[in-house]
Design a protein around this ligand. Structure first.
Ligand code: DCP
Ligand code: MG
Ligand code: MN
Length: 338
């Protein structure tokens, strides 16, 4: 499902990677984070091999690939498929669960509850379930949100936002991050960072919420907002957008970033999530802390690694500096898939 720039078709393990990717996609939909991470790590490792891995023993010899994954790799290579993916005895409940997991705003717990109540189709949800506002939109626009967005269209949504922002302040910057910045051929959503070198979060938020967003709504580009959970700090606006004359809604995230945090925000919102996890871990090993607001030092930790203080800001504005301070060679966005 993911088609990031670094996928190499001349890799001898392409077919294995393709099938493992399907497994990873399946597990990520079932919210099985542990397996998703294991599969994605194995895929990244296989991408780096320049000879074909055919047997369990060969797979096991590679650090980061455990016993069960090694079994699966051998099965894929010798049979050109993976039974686990083609489970023939999929029950109607399984099918409904898979369907409901695709509803925007519905997690694993919610999807399971719907199945338990006897719902089996989107029509069932529409007519019989009590849906939140977000879930209603998620059901109505189910197939829109499921579709991958071609790279070119992501760029066009970015441009609409950029033009509207520049119309009120030409010193603002609008950067499309996420998988788009990593060079992906298609994206799951549109992640837009909105910043200004001298701007505070408050000033950017006021400008966006009072002026730019209402204008984009009137223009017919922004279709709806999707409410954010209660622990939102006011630094984002999530919703849906559509290009003029096209009735296909895309998920769009507008992220408001103070100028002094743009480097850390770029790093975070470019991802991917696994790469971010490894960078955060590295910072921690060096006694620092990395998040979307900055790189911090002198973070005091108590028993069980519980953080006692925020520490002091080391770098937030410059993405390259953050790599340098962490002692990591610069990696262009296209190479940030783990
Ligand atoms: N992110 C993260 N951890 C998460 C979710 C997100 O570190 N649990 C960061 C890394 C992501 C970025 O935010 O790259 C944007 O999140 P998306 O969910 O939009 O993911 P991508 O843009 O990478 O992929 P997609 O094409 O599916 O949108
Ligand atoms: Mg994205
Ligand atoms: Mn996003």
């Amino acid at each position: 499902q993911k088609h990031d720039g670094a996928a190499k078709s001349d890799n001898p393990n392409t077919r294995t990677i393709e099938i493992l990717q399907k497994m990873a996609d399946y597990y990520s939909k079932t919210a099985d984070n542990w397996r998703t991470v294991a599969y994605r790590k194995a895929i990244a490792t296989l991408r780096r091999q320049n000879k074909k891995i055919s047997t369990k023993a060969e797979a096991l010899a590679i650090p980061g690939i455990g016993c069960r994954l090694a079994d699966k790799i051998e099965e894929i290579v010798s049979t050109d498929r993976l039974r686990r993916l083609e489970n023939t005895d999929i029950t109607p409940e399984d099918k409904a669960l898979q369907l409901f997991l695709g509803v925007y705003g519905a997690g694993y717990a919610q999807a399971t509850r719907w199945v338990a109540k006897g719902f089996r189709s989107l029509e069932d949800l529409k007519t019989k379930a009590e849906l939140s506002e977000n879930q209603k939109i998620g059901v109505d626009r189910y197939y829109d949100f499921q579709e991958r967005i071609p790279r070119e269209e992501v760029g066009m949504h970015g441009k609409v936002v950029r033009d509207a922002v520049h119309a009120v302040d030409s010193n603002m910057e609008v950067i499309v991050a996420g998988s788009y910045r990593r060079g992906a051929a298609d994206c799951g959503d549109i992640d837009v960072l909105i910043t200004k070198p001298t701007g505070t979060l408050e000033s950017i938020r006021i400008l966006m919420l009072d002026s730019v967003i209402p204008k984009l709504v009137r223009q017919g580009f922004l279709k709806t907002s999707l409410s954010v959970s209660s622990h939102d700090d006011g630094s984002k606006w999530l919703g849906a957008s559509a290009l003029l004359g096209k009735d296909v809604w895309r998920r769009i995230d507008l992220l408001f970033v103070p100028g002094e945090q743009i480097g850390a925000a770029l790093l975070y919102f470019t991802g991917n999530d696994i790469f971010n996890r490894s960078m955060r871990l590295l910072a921690r090993k060096k006694g620092m802390r990395l998040n979307q607001r900055g790189l911090f030092k002198d973070v005091l930790r108590g028993p069980n690694q519980v953080r006692l203080t925020d520490g002091s800001l080391v770098e937030g504005r410059d993405e390259k500096q953050i790599f340098q301070i962490l002692g990591v060679p610069w990696r262009p966005p296209e190479h940030r898939i783990c």
